[in-house]
Design a protein. Structure first.
Ligand code: ARG
Length: 264
């Protein structure tokens, strides 16, 4: 979208230069060259810029230097339907809503839960996946259910719903906020916190990657993931919802979820 306005500006400036050029009969060809350069850069497709936090497998993470995962693939499929070029911008999770709100990006997609607080600042697309907040502890921990967290030290990823729910539900808990889920996991391994609250699928990945951890069988909260858009951007919202509907109907979304999430 940003590039689109750049092209418009290039065309307008180009026309102005062209007009001036004609008057003085100097280099009338210059503006045309400039416009071609812009068009080549964008591959003639309008960009769909997505903000994410690529430290959240299997939804978004790096494979070498490419961001892959469920969200990256669903976004790619949406962009394709819209005839747009997907561009992914990686940032801290807590910056995504602000970036969407301020129009720096077109959408935020980051295993992001629809919540009342967020709906004050952004709009959400239809949901494309269910999320679960779970509790990770060291094997054999005295914590066996979410209620045991009340007076414990808990690691969360800053600004996530895990952070928000724990802060509201357990006022006496010592909450340690980390930039990334993996940092919270390191703290748990080093006994700096007693438990980590995070979304289930990343939790499964982190538990698999580290010895001696387990996920409590009782889920803490069930939630819905959706794409965040600037308030009132109904044109893009409608297009995305239509694309999502088609991608759900033809099994594309389920296929992507199945590719990254193994059945229990
Ligand atoms: N579902 C949680 C939330 O919306 C956590 C999402 C974290 N996502 C990420 N890419 N780090 O707050």
């Amino acid at each position: 979208m940003k590039i689109y306005s750049k092209i418009m500006a290039a065309i307008i400036i180009g026309t102005m230069v062209f007009a001036t050029g004609c008057a003085s009969s100097k280099e009338p060809a210059a503006p045309a060259t400039e416009k071609t350069a812009e068009t080549e850069k964008t591959g003639e497709k309008e960009q769909l810029v997505m903000a994410t936090n690529a430290a959240f497998p299997p939804y978004e993470y790096y494979e070498e230097n490419k961001i892959v995962g469920i969200d990256a693939e669903i976004a790619e499929a949406i962009a394709e339907k819209l005839g747009m070029e997907l561009v992914i911008e990686d940032m801290e999770f807590g910056s995504i809503i602000t970036a969407v709100q301020g129009g720096k990006v077109d959408m935020g997609m980051a295993g992001m839960t629809v919540s009342e607080e967020r709906l004050v600042n952004v709009d959400f697309s239809d949901t494309y996946a269910t999320g679960y907040q779970v509790v990770i502890v060291k094997e054999g921990s005295a914590i066996t259910a979410p209620d045991d967290l009340a007076d414990k030290s808990i690691g969360v990823q800053e600004s996530t719903t895990g952070d928000i729910y724990i802060s509201n539900d357990y006022k006496d808990a010592d909450i340690q906020r980390y930039n990334k889920g993996t940092e919270a996991i390191q703290a748990l391994l080093q006994d700096k916190v007693d438990a980590v609250v995070i979304d289930r699928e990343p939790a499964k990945v982190f538990v698999e990657q580290n010895e001696g951890l387990e996920i409590l069988p009782t889920e803490y909260v069930v939630e819905e993931y959706a794409i965040a858009l600037a308030k009132g951007n109904t044109e893009l919202l409608d297009k995305i919802n239509k694309a999502l509907e088609e991608l759900k109907a033809d099994g594309t979304v389920q296929g992507i979820l199945d590719k990254y999430i193994s059945a229990e």
